[in-house]
Every structure is written in C-alpha cells, then in structure tokens.
Ligand binder design. Structure first.
Ligand SMILES: Nc1ncnc2c1ncn2[C@@H]1O[C@H](COP(=O)(O)OP(=O)(O)OP(=O)(O)O)[C@@H](O)[C@H]1O
Ligand SMILES: [Mg+2]
Length: 439
C-alpha cells in the first residue's frame, strides 16, 4: 500500500534528507514548522506524520495534540534528540505511534513505514483524544540508554491496556518503580494502587489478606474484611515476589485471573473484580518451573506480557545521571555537592550487583562524607573495584553488631568503622540500611 506522508521539521537539511529518501517509495509533503504542519494536516488526508519535536513556537508535541483534536487519524512518528525518554513516553501516551531518537538510520524509519503500510486499518485508526497527564518529573523516565528507552516505550503501550504484566529483573533494578509507572500512565491512575509483597506476609496469612474474609470465617474473624483483591477494585494490584507464592495459592490466584472474581474466605458469593494485575519477581521463574515449584499454567499466563529490566551494568549511560539525581535527592537544598571526575570513573567501572538501589546507597553515604568539601572523591565511594565480594560480606553484619560497635566507641563513627574493619562509607551505608539513629 502506498502511503501519504507529511514530514515536519524546521531544519531545512534534515527535512530534505528525509523527504529525498522517502520520495523513492511514498508520496511526501513537507511542512517547515508546526503552524505550517497544522494547516497541511487540516487540509489534507495524511496516513503518517513524521514530526520533529524541537521546533520554535509550536513543537512536535503541540502538533500531535492539535492533530488529535482534529480527529484526523494519521499515524504520528515523533523524532527527537537522544536521551529524552520522558518525551517518548508522553508522546506515546498522547497517541503517537512511534518515537525515533536522533540520530537514526533511514532504514529504521523505513521499517516503521513498512509496518504501517501493511496495516489494513490505517484509515480507521483514530487517535486517542487528548488526555490529561500528570507531571513528568518521574526519574524513571530519564534515560540515555537505548535499551531502557525501548522498555519505556513498551511500558507506555502496556499502560494503555489491562493485560496482566510480569516485571522481571535483578534485585534493585526498579521493578516496583516500573509497576507504579504503569499504573500512573494508565487510565486507572486516579484509582488505588495496592502493592503486596508476597514474601513479607507469612503463607498462612497471605490467603486471607488477599481474599478477605466474612465474619466468623475462622477464629478471630470477628468482622468481615476486604482482601487486597477487593481493595484494588478499579485500580491496580501489584503482587511483588510472585515467585515465592506457594503452590496452593498459585492455583487460587490463577482462578482469580481466569474468572475475574473473588470469593472471601467463609463467603458464599463471588465478587466481580475489575483489577489490573502487575506481578514482579527477581527469581528465575523458568528455574522454579523446572523444579516444579511454579505451576506451568500460571507461568504461561504471566509470561504473556513480560517487561524485563536490565541490570544497571547493562545501561551504563544512566549511571552518572541517576547518581546525580540521588545527589539532588539526598543533599539539602542549601548545599551543592558534585562528583569528581575520578569518582565518576569509578562509578562507571563498578558492576552494581545491587543495581540502582546499591547506587542509591553509595551516593547517600558519599554525600555525608563529602559534605565538607562539596566534592565526592573516590575514597567517599564505598566501592572496591578489586574485590567485588567485599561489600556483600560487610553487609552481613547484623544491626545489633553495628549498634554495639558504635556504642563501644562512644558514638564515634570513625572509630567504630575501624573497629569493624570497614570504611566509614560502608558504616554509613549500613547505618542507613538499618535505619540506626542516635546510638
Ligand atoms: N530510574 C530510577 N531513577 C532513580 N531511582 C530509581 C530508578 N529506578 C529505581 N530507583 C530506586 O532504586 C531503588 C530500587 O528500586 P525498586 O524497589 O523499584 O527495585 P526492585 O527491582 O523492586 O528491587 P527488589 O527486587 O529488590 O525488590 C528504589 O529506591 C527506587 O526508588
Ligand atoms: Mg521490589
């Protein structure tokens, strides 16, 4: 099928390059700025709009919004600079079909258009109407990583639907943050987001917590109680650490997913559910399946839509920006703390077995140590590149062991750190981790 395309860019050069390339295959018009684009869109019937984001006066997002109001039903492809994941997500939220970050290969653009040309519904596609969006200050959206940008695009698409999602990834990669984002970017954002850590609640209690109960269902049930399923009604239920759910509850969960109904313990009627489910796990469900600790029917149901979050070491482009975000977050407003170049190099080299959470802890302790100078130096970072097991070992100390060491040193942290044979940074990290105050 041939496509009628409008290319919008206020930069003559890039506009002409795209036009020249696409004219070999399609009918191509151009618009020299946002206002021009809107006039062209109003008076023509385009299949695809390829639009640059950064333009004076009326930018790419404005064009998309105005086009939506006209109900023109063209596919919108937004082009913008590298590393602006927040814009990508917003654009997809607003109904953009694709997002390309500069520089991109023409072949990539051609792939997108090929896909579109093969769609039979091209004329029927109605752009979603302008939706009010919350603020975009969410740090998860700031990425410079091509891999993570892909994930964000998927996230934005998934958020529009009600399909159950499984989020996988190592510990500390941001699974919970991602689950919240899906909720925030969905039409359920004004309803409740209920998070349940299946690991934190004893197996014997979990069922009644999830399903709720009627009065008299068991000893101690002196009044009826809504379970988490019902608490999430019309909203989103996030079941974390799903890999640890016992086999019996797995069957019950599967039934809820299939029937969209729950029955409270001791109850007689089924309650219809309108809940969006998000699951997360940092264990390998395939392994669990092999060991017969996870039901295959539930496994296949959860696997349909999986978002896999890469470890931080596979998105190194984001290490420094996220570190700087944490510096902002954990330093007080009247101080300015920066990373020295050497510290940056070390941060870039490290492997982060604990991922973003570990980076967060490293920065938090470093800020305390760097307070006097305002510059985070290598020795402020609790990173030992030559011995990756080091941190882990120190983290095995219990809260009590640390408190008593600090007490024995009369509250002197430097002395306590020496006594425990660790750096001051590690000690501060553990103090944070265990929320130790005033000893
Ligand atoms: N993109 C991000 N920018 C800034 N902070 C982030 C980002 N992603 C995650 N974090 C922070 O990193 C920490 C870990 O994130 P989160 O709890 O979502 O990870 P997780 O994958 O659920 O970890 P676990 O498997 O251990 O439960 C949190 O403090 C979170 O706020
Ligand atoms: Mg988590």
């Amino acid at each position: 099928m041939s496509l009628k395309i409008l290319v919008v860019d206020d930069d003559k050069n890039s506009r002409e390059i795209i036009q020249m390339f696409l004219s070999k295959y399609y009918t191509v018009d151009v618009a020299i700025n946002g206002v021009h684009a809107l006039e062209m869109i109003k008076s023509h019937d385009y299949d695809v709009i390829i639009c640059d984001f950064v333009m004076n006066d009326v930018d790419g997002m404005d064009v998309l919004r105005e086009m939506n109001k006209m109900n023109k039903g063209a596919y919108f492809v937004l082009i913008t600079a590298f590393g602006t994941g927040d814009i990508a997500v917003k654009a997809i939220q607003e109904g953009a079909y694709e997002y390309l970050s500069k520089p991109f290969k023409m072949s990539k653009l051609k792939d997108i258009l090929n896909k579109l040309a093969n769609r039979t519904d091209i004329k029927e596609q109605k752009q979603k109407n302008n939706k009010e969006r919350g603020d975009s200050g969410h740090s998860i959206l700031n990425t410079n990583s091509e891999i993570f940008l892909e994930i964000l695009k998927n996230m934005a698409r998934i958020a529009q639907t009600d399909v159950p999602v499984l989020i996988t990834g190592e510990s500390g990669t941001g699974k919970e943050v991602m689950a919240k984002s899906i909720h925030e970017y969905s039409k359920r954002k004004n309803k409740s987001f209920v998070a349940v850590n299946c690991n934190a609640i004893p197996a014997t209690l979990l069922e009644s917590e999830l399903f709720g109960y009627e009065k008299g269902a068991f000893t101690g049930a002196d009044k009826p109680k809504k379970g988490y399923f019902e608490q999430a009604q019309h909203g989103t239920l996030f079941l974390d650490e799903i890999g640890d759910l016992d086999m019996e509850l797995q069957v019950k969960l599967l039934r809820v997913l299939q029937e969209n109904q729950v029955r409270r313990i001791g109850g007689t009627k089924d309650i219809n559910l309108n809940v969006r489910f998000i699951f997360a796990t940092n264990v390998d469900l395939d392994e669990k399946l092999k060991e017969k600790k996870f039901r295959s029917d539930l496994y296949y149901r959860l696997k349909v839509t999986e978002l896999h979050l890469p470890p931080l070491r596979e998105r190194k482009e984001d290490i420094i920006p996220i570190a700087e975000f944490f510096i902002q977050k954990y330093s007080s407003t009247d101080e300015s703390i920066v990373l020295s170049d050497k510290a940056k190099k070390i941060l870039m080299k490290y492997d982060y077995p604990g991922n973003i959470r570990e980076l967060e802890n490293i920065i938090r302790s470093a800020i305390i140590l760097a307070r006097d100078t305002g510059i985070i130096m290598p020795h402020d970072l609790d990173i030992n590149l030559s011995d990756k097991g080091y941190t882990k070992f120190k983290n095995n100390l219990t809260r009590d062991e640390i408190i008593s060491a600090i007490r024995e040193c009369g509250g002197n942290k430097k002395a306590a750190a020496e006594k425990l044979n660790m750096s001051r940074a590690t000690l501060y990290r553990l103090i944070n981790k265990y929320s130790i105050k005033d000893v």
